[in-house]
Design a protein around this ligand. Structure first.
Ligand code: CTP
Ligand code: CA
Length: 229
């Protein structure tokens, strides 16, 4: 097995990992967000660090300990997550594990929205957030050589995930079934299918830590075969 200069397979490589949800402000006391514990992204960051990579973890609001050997940057919104990710470049690889809110609220106010006497609910207007995975994948010289996306789907898992890989221009996509009853959302286990140019590979349900270790080893193997990524 190839060893980097400092004896570990990912020594000398910089990995950027996004994790957790983002929160998009409605007003000072309210926000919208995705359901995401951040556990899978944090486990991946830790597994890459354990194999010798320098890891920058850009995290949305989560209640998790920073994995050993990982540099963590906390952000709240998608705009902040993109800015922190771009600032962390150059990186040899980027793994976008975050559940980024797809929309932000237009004109989020500095004052709390108050209820009105007529009982009318407020109408929120949304604008699409920047796509961090697509943005990083589309960079020229600064593009991390290995771009990995995640696709959480509730139906047509492989078709939707492969379409996402094409659309966003990433190299690998990790597809996971988050349909009701799969039991993976927020839990400690996950079952995934890895999709790359080489085809698809199903990894049976196991702990998020085991998935992270296997993915880190697969990445080490990739860089061993093509050291420039
Ligand atoms: N992603 C991202 N920035 C966004 C949205 C998504 O970086 N604004 C990344 C996620 O981190 C993940 C991948 O893109 O790696 C797929 O996210 P997903 O929400 O499944 O894709 P979307 O294009 O937002 O499609 P959907 O309509 O299914 O939500
Ligand atoms: Ca989305």
């Amino acid at each position: 097995f190839f060893s980097g200069p400092k004896g570990l397979p990912l020594s000398g490589l910089h990995a950027l990992v996004t994790a957790g949800p983002t929160q998009e402000q409605i007003d000072p006391v309210r926000y919208i967000a995705n359901r995401s514990s951040g556990k899978q992204g944090f486990a991946i960051a830790g597994a890459l660090a354990a194999l010798g990579a320098r890891v920058t973890l850009v995290s949305g609001p989560v209640g998790l300990e920073t994995p050993k050997g990982v540099e963590r940057i906390d952000v709240v919104s998608a705009d902040e997550m993109l800015a922190a990710s771009l600032a962390a470049l150059p990186a040899d690889m980027a793994l976008c594990v975050a559940a980024v809110a797809d929309w932000k609220v237009v004109g989020a106010g500095v004052q709390k929205i108050k209820k009105t006497d007529d009982g009318k609910a407020p109408v929120l207007q949304f604008a699409e957030n920047p796509d961090i995975l697509a943005t990083l994948s589309g960079l020229g010289a600064d593009r991390p050589k290995l771009m990995v996306g995640f696709a959480a789907e509730t139906e047509k898992l492989l078709a939707h995930a492969e379409a996402k890989r094409q659309r966003k221009g990433c190299d690998w996509i990790v597809a996971n079934d988050v349909s009701y009853g799969s039991g993976v959302m927020g839990g400690d286990e996950n079952a995934i299918t890895l999709i790359s140019d080489a085809g698809t590979e199903r990894w049976e349900q196991t702990s998020k830590h085991a998935i992270a270790q296997r993915l880190a080893l697969r990445i080490a193997d990739h860089f061993q075969k093509s050291p420039s990524g």
